[in-house]
Design a protein around this ligand. Structure first.
Ligand code: URA
Length: 433
């Protein structure tokens, strides 16, 4: 097979065979095809798309490029969740104890932050002692015994995605439905999940800016899941502003604790309960979504959810006292209030802008080598629809850095305040299954 002939075929809009797709992915991963040919191939996919069968084969070629996690030693239906990435997205921290509390095993493999979005593993590392790298043996043992464990992704999980994602990032080919769908689904399938709930974020802080785009991505991922015998549900959730009020690592742990104690913000509580409910239905604990939702709400009210989170921290070596005393989490040297210079209503918040500001304060990595400041972050005092008077604090910046000018400017630019009170938006736009 010749790469140039396969690129030519895709450029002309023809469907590729399984062998051709495997040839491209495998040869590129092994360094036998140069970046310029893979770039041309990705651009051809970007413009011509892929049909269902091609997208499924592309996903499988990714899965087969590296290690596959064998979770067969865990009893029960292993349900995983994945978010397409948001700002203030602490949903995984909330759903792990919720889902495991009804006996559905949660074997969670999570990533670190990507661009302006935070990663669950980074967040958990803000808890002193919490071990985020478990051996496969300990991981499986913990899921069997406690019904929950979380670990970072193994280094050799879907190496094709790592290499191709880096190339997409610099060739303007990230934003393609078949490429995003196969990248995400390959990692979930290689991680050994039997069933998958996808949190597809929509809005200013997400890859997908409109509900229509998100629906197309969600349908493609659900189809891939089904074609590979994985029960898959996608939840389209609102990312037109950060979730909850806290952005940053320790900040988000504090806020997840509030949700698990039943004192969380309505947006993140609703999204977490929705995702967790579908996970428990796919895991076989409930017959329908409503029953699951009501039950999980009661698990929060009864205090069981927060006890489970405490247990997770303790099992993985962390200081579980932070649950009763969140002030033990890393604290920043400075807390700077950002005030509004106008009166009106918050109409718009550029969630990506807030994510970038948090990174500038030290909460995220701009390069792989960057060190994270776990205490850095942003508290949003005002969210969309809130009334603001001139001089009110709209946000608080938490940082150990002396220079906050760029972050403060970014936060102010991310807010739009005017006289019209905006309509209340939904937290969940659609469910695809
Ligand atoms: N997240 C991924 O893992 N891959 C993509 O392509 C986009 C978001």
């Amino acid at each position: 097979m010749l790469a140039i002939e396969i690129i030519e075929k895709k450029k002309n809009g023809l469907a590729l065979s399984k062998e051709e797709i495997y040839f491209m992915v495998d040869s590129y991963t092994r360094g036998l095809i140069p970046d310029y040919q893979m770039s041309a191939f990705l651009m051809a996919i970007y413009f011509q798309g892929m049909n269902k069968e091609e997208t499924s084969n592309f996903t499988l070629a990714f899965v087969d490029s590296g290690d596959k996690v064998d979770l067969s030693a865990i009893e029960g239906i292993k349900v995983d969740k994945h978010s397409t990435g948001g700002v203030g997205d602490k949903i995984s921290l909330i759903v792990i104890p919720l889902v495991s509390s009804v006996g559905v095993p949660v074997a969670k493999m999570s990533g670190r932050g990507l661009g302006h979005t935070g990663g669950t593993i980074d967040k958990l590392e803000s808890i002193e002692g919490f071990r985020v790298e478990l051996s496969e043996k300990e991981f499986i043992h913990n899921v069997n015994k406690y019904k929950m464990a979380i670990t970072g992704q193994s280094a050799n999980l879907v190496p094709a995605d790592k290499k191709i994602y880096a190339l997409r990032d610099v060739t303007a080919t990230v934003n393609s439905v078949p490429l995003i769908a196969s990248s995400i689904m390959s990692k979930k399938i290689a991680s050994g999940a039997d069933a998958i709930v996808l949190d597809v974020k929509v809005g200013s802080g997400a890859f997908m800016k409109t509900v229509e785009e998100a629906r197309e991505l969600a349908k493609t991922m659900v189809e891939i899941g089904k074609s590979l015998n994985r029960k898959t549900v996608a939840v389209l959730s609102n990312m037109n502003q950060p979730l909850g009020k806290e952005v940053g690592n320790a900040n988000e742990i504090k806020e997840a604790i509030k949700v698990l104690k039943g004192m969380g913000e309505e947006d993140e509580t609703t999204v977490a309960l929705t995702i967790a409910s579908y996970m428990t239905v796919l895991g076989g604990s409930f017959k329908d979504f409503e029953t699951a939702y009501n039950h999980l709400e009661n698990i929060i009210k009864s205090g069981e959810a927060i006890s489970k989170f405490k247990e997770l921290i303790r099992i993985q070596g962390g200081d579980s006292e932070i649950v009763d005393n969140p002030d033990k989490l890393p604290k920043a040297k400075y807390s700077i209030e950002i005030k509004s210079d106008v009166s009106g209503y918050v109409n718009y918040i550029d969630a990506e802008g807030i994510g970038i500001a948090a990174m500038l304060l030290g909460a995220g990595r701009r390069t792989k080598e960057d060190k994270i400041d776990y205490a850095a972050g942003i508290t949003l005092n005002k969210k969309i629809g809130d009334k603001v008077s001139k001089g009110d604090t709209i946000c608080i910046l938490h940082t150990n850095k002396d220079d906050i000018e760029e972050a403060a400017k970014k936060v102010l630019q991310s807010y739009n305040i005017d006289n019209i009170q905006p309509k209340v938006d939904k937290f969940i736009y659609d469910i695809i299954m």
